[in-house]
Design a protein around this ligand. Sequence first.
Ligand code: NAD
Length: 284
Amino acid sequence: MSIDRIAVVGGGTMGNGIAHVAAQHGKNVRLLDVDQGALDLAMSTIGKNLDRQLKKGVIDEAARDATRARIESDTDLSGGVADVDLVVEAVPERPELKAKIFRTLDSSAPDGAILASNTSSISITEIAAHTSRPEQVIGMHFMNPVPVMKLVEVIRGLATSDETTAATVALAEELGKTPVEVNDFPGFVSNRVLMPMINEAVTALMEGVAQPEAIDTVMKLGMNHPMGPLALADLIGLDTCLNILEVLHRELGDDRYRPSPLLRKYVAAGWLGRKSGRGFHSYD
Ligand code: NAD
């Protein structure tokens, strides 16, 4: 199955990166969002990131301009997916929102189109059950920042077909990524392992064990992590971390995934990390 036209739903932290990488690898991309402001910001972020790649010599000027030209943006979700081969959904990590989006995608995308979700933790089987084509629904979990990170976790729902899985794996490889197939359990592998560490770092901060800088330095220099857990949480988005922990806590029923009260407090304050300029660290 050849995948040439891709729609990306949600132009936030992940959506703009997915659109960027797909277009850079020759795909025609339509970036869709409910918020025109989010689309404008996404297109300007993609432009800046392409300029950075040009400066570093990763791409040349012709590739930058061609990548830009392959991305169009729109606020019309139904119309925007009507002629695509695959959709990657990257809206906020809320089950009821994903369900609504997948019902719309199912009724508007061509019959043969694959519907992929970039969800970090929500069951692909459950998302697929909101469509009439569960065999064509799959998890395609890119990592942040998408243009840099090599991994794509590919998650098969209960009904996902071999054909859909093979096409998704092939697409991830075409985009220069390394796909890893995992089974459909809350948080898959990546966030089931990562989020408890981030949550523990937030709890250590709450209990006054150390300051954010110290916690991050211990994990960077002591464990050889490229980023400390609090800086990584700021990069991911503290609202996204909270949503993922809530899914893990609810679905796995184990208190070890209970979100730290301090994480809740930061999200309630609107301190969401890099995207709001302030999280556990401050950003200009
Ligand atoms: P984000 O909040 O940065 O962006 C979400 C975007 O979706 C926003 O631009 C918003 O306007 C848009 N949106 C909201 N409702 C919509 C609708 N009904 N239709 C179309 N667009 C809509 O979120 P994000 O961090 O990019 O996360 C998106 C998904 O990717 C989540 O499922 C998240 O768990 C997952 N994810 C995030 C990361 C990360 O590091 N942030 C990493 C991997 C996966």
